[in-house]
Design a protein around this ligand. Structure first.
Ligand code: NAG
Length: 342
């Protein structure tokens, strides 16, 4: 069974158990699940045609269209599964287009990252795709669903950390890393629109400095004060990349996103490097760890989320042996999961 999501077990439970159970009562969801399964098989087996998945996909769409009033979990779940399917094989230029529909659905139905139940699990599956889409835009785009809408209505931004932490779940703390990455994309895109397009969004130099320093501190706190499940259990100092092993399913992708977000912020605001000698202010340190995480944790559900971080890290590494290893890793992920990566 193909699965995707920030945390492997959540994704396995969602795609492998919860959605199939819901699908008993929802033909469009059933079609959507069968379509994504078929598409993954076709891609992994390098099938010549994608006839089966296309037919199932069309079946799902046909069934989804008439009752548009369907303001329910089935509808939202089917939309996200179809979006996953589209992202799976789409060129990156088409990603935003595919994500837009989902963003509108979450917005309209006011489903957020704390809605509970299957909707919440489906939301985080979507949120991660949205962040990946923003990551590959190179600082020009923010997430389609703005991070404020990831939290319950009218939650003040400074309560976000408490909110994620108070769930007591390592999965939700891992999702907090996704949220922080979305905040970084939002900040960087605000700044670039202010500078390059003259957009009046208030992100002048002092505001930018202030916002980036605060976000950097939150990010540092994410790593300093994370629950015991999330730090690595073992790491090596091997060359060119350290091997970093994790025990908990929530740990791998969230740490990789933490390092990716660090790179984004350091690149956007060199002042963050400060005078400190801490390795956390070094691009290369973060980049090597990102690669080391992909190499040492070959779990399929986690590797799905390693593509964009590996791409961002790979661009910072200058030695040809390091670059070759990054390319190999990305090719490996593509072969193993069927995701279009190259
Ligand atoms: C980071 O954590 C420290 C210690 O808990 C806290 O005092 C500080 O306010 C936190 N910073 C941010 C930006 O949340």
């Amino acid at each position: 069974m193909w699965h995707r999501g920030l945390t492997c077990l959540t994704a396995i439970a969602l795609f492998g158990i919860q959605l199939p159970i819901l699908a008993r009562e929802s033909p469009p969801l059933l079609y959507a699940i069968l379509a994504i399964g078929a598409r993954q098989l076709e891609r992994k087996e390098k099938a010549q045609s994608s006839f089966d998945s296309l037919e199932l996909y069309e079946g799902a769409i046909r069934l989804l269209t008439p009752p548009l009033q369907a303001r329910d979990t089935y509808f939202i779940a089917a939309c996200v599964v179809l979006c996953c399917l589209e992202m799976f094989s789409a060129s990156t230029q088409d990603w935003r287009h595919h994500l837009e529909g989902c963003a509108a659905v979450f917005d309209a139905f006011r489903v957020n990252g704390f809605s509970g139940g299957v909707s919440q699990a489906v939301f985080w599956c979507y949120a991660l795709m949205d962040v990946c889409g923003a990551l590959i835009s190179d600082g020009t785009e923010r997430t389609l669903l703005e991070p404020a809408k990831w939290l319950p209505n009218k939650t003040p931004e400074n309560l976000a950390e408490t909110l994620f932490r108070s769930t007591g779940s390592p999965d939700m703390y891992a999702n907090y890393a996704v949220y922080l990455c979305a905040k970084a994309c939002e900040l960087i895109s605000d700044r670039s629109r202010y500078v390059k397009l003259g957009e009046e969004n208030g992100c002048d130099f002092p505001v930018f400095q202030d916002r980036s320093a605060k976000l950097w501190e939150k990010l540092s706190n994410w790593s300093l004060y994370c629950p015991k499940e999330l730090p690595s259990v073992y790491s090596t100092v091997s060359n060119p990349f350290p091997h970093i092993f994790f025990a908990h399913w929530a740990a791998m992708s969230s740490n990789q996103l933490y390092h990716t977000t660090s790179i984004l912020l350091l690149a956007a605001n060199p002042k963050l490097k400060g005078a400190g000698l801490s390795p956390t202010t070094s691009f290369i340190w973060h980049a090597k760890i990102i690669c080391g995480i992909s190499l040492a944790n070959p779990h399929e559900g986690c590797l799905n989320n390693a593509i964009q971080p590996s791409w961002i890290a790979g661009r910072l590494l200058s030695h040809s042996s390091e670059q070759a290893l990054v390319v190999k890793t990305i090719r490996h992920i593509e072969a193993l999961t069927g995701w279009t990566a190259c």
